[in-house]
Write a protein that binds this ligand. Structure first.
Ligand SMILES: Cc1cc2nc3c(=O)[nH]c(=O)nc-3n(C[C@H](O)[C@H](O)[C@H](O)COP(=O)(O)O)c2cc1C
Length: 308
């Protein structure tokens, strides 16, 4: 499947460094793009909202000096609870952000606005129904969010999810969920995806905004240390057990659904800020490299996987 023309020939390997709340900042985006993968960040990470434009200025200035760099992308929630939606969309349109990744709702309006200046829209889909809705909205790419992912995860096995979406979608398809090395990137392609979407692996890089202790916990954790719960934000997400224990959670109660309701819990600790998310891909993380070195390693693995 061809990539959208805006990405064609622009990537060293077919990888998106996925947007991560409180974790992806301008440095990670700049280094990812310079290394040849699509670097992205959530608009919501820039605070206050006026800072978002300052971040995009910084990214654009850095990439202007790197003619071989990949384009960058931004992430915006299209859910009605996103109070910054209008302001962030104005910034996106003013900057003509090349790639816009939408989550949680209908991306129709964003598609119209972004196509207006020649950008593309990718939309998260954890189910076949989400994917059909995204297709109807006219998106340029669908992110198949499978089980085991960091952040708000999908649940479906990637083998069935990718093949199911491929039955009706022949556009750009991107697989997300526990892809942490170049073998996974190649496997995603073999399955029928065009690109891999990698969050957790890029959270454990020198340039990510995650605290040093967060990065260390990713190195020390394995898939068995990842807990899936909807008790913290109301939506299923994967967290590292050790960060929940450090915040004083009774894990058994949490898993039994006995934990206090989200609002009560979140008075003292905050999901994402104090309760650290990561996916099953932590099993493959043993270090905190510079992004440029990580991408070089991903490329070597991706090429090695092709000749097996
Ligand atoms: C700490 C963390 C924060 C995340 N925040 C966001 C977010 O703000 N917006 C979003 O669309 N996805 C978010 N995600 C999901 C990622 O964009 C991506 O779907 C996921 O990381 C892919 O799975 P992987 O972590 O197993 O590679 C987050 C993931 C992590 C690990």
């Amino acid at each position: 499947m061809p990539l959208p023309s805006i990405l064609e020939g622009k990537l060293r390997i077919p990888v998106i460094a996925a947007p991560m709340f409180l974790v992806s900042g301008p440095e990670l985006v700049i280094e990812a793009c310079k290394a040849g993968v699509l670097g992205t960040l959530p608009a919501a990470n820039a605070r206050p909202a006026s800072e978002f434009s300052v971040w995009l200025d910084r990214i654009e200035a850095a990439l202007a000096d790197a003619p071989d760099a990949a384009p960058y992308g931004v992430n915006i929630s299209v859910h009605r609870t996103n109070e910054r939606f209008d302001e962030d969309m104005e910034t996106i349109i003013r900057h003509k952000a090349p790639v816009v990744i939408t989550i949680l709702g209908k991306p129709d309006k964003v598609v119209q606005a972004v196509h207006g200046y020649g950008g593309i829209v990718l939309h998260d889909a954890a189910t076949e129904r989400h994917a059909r809705n995204a297709m109807a909205a006219g998106v340029d790419g669908i992110i198949a969010l499978a089980g085991g992912a960091g952040g708000h995860t999908g649940w479906q096995n990637p083998f069935s999810l990718v093949r199911e979406i491929r039955r009706f979608w022949d556009g750009c398809l991107i697989l997300a969920g526990a892809i942490s090395d170049g073998y996974g990137v190649r496997a995603a392609e073999v399955l029928g995806a065009d690109m891999a979407y990698m969050g957790t692996r890029f959270a454990a890089t020198a340039e990510s905004l995650a605290a040093p202790e967060y990065k260390r916990m990713m190195v020390e954790s394995r898939a068995g240390d990842i807990l899936l719960t909807d008790r913290l934000t109301g939506i299923n997400a994967n967290y590292m057990r050790a960060s929940l224990e450090a915040a004083g959670f009774d894990i058994d109660k949490l898993l039994a659904g006995d934990a206090p309701a989200p609002s009560e819990v979140l008075e003292s600790v905050k999901a994402w800020r104090d309760l650290w998310s990561a996916g099953h891909g932590v099993s493959l993380i043993d270090d905190v490299p510079r992004t440029t070195d990580l991408v070089a390693r991903l490329e070597a693995e991706y090429r090695a996987a092709a000749v097996r």
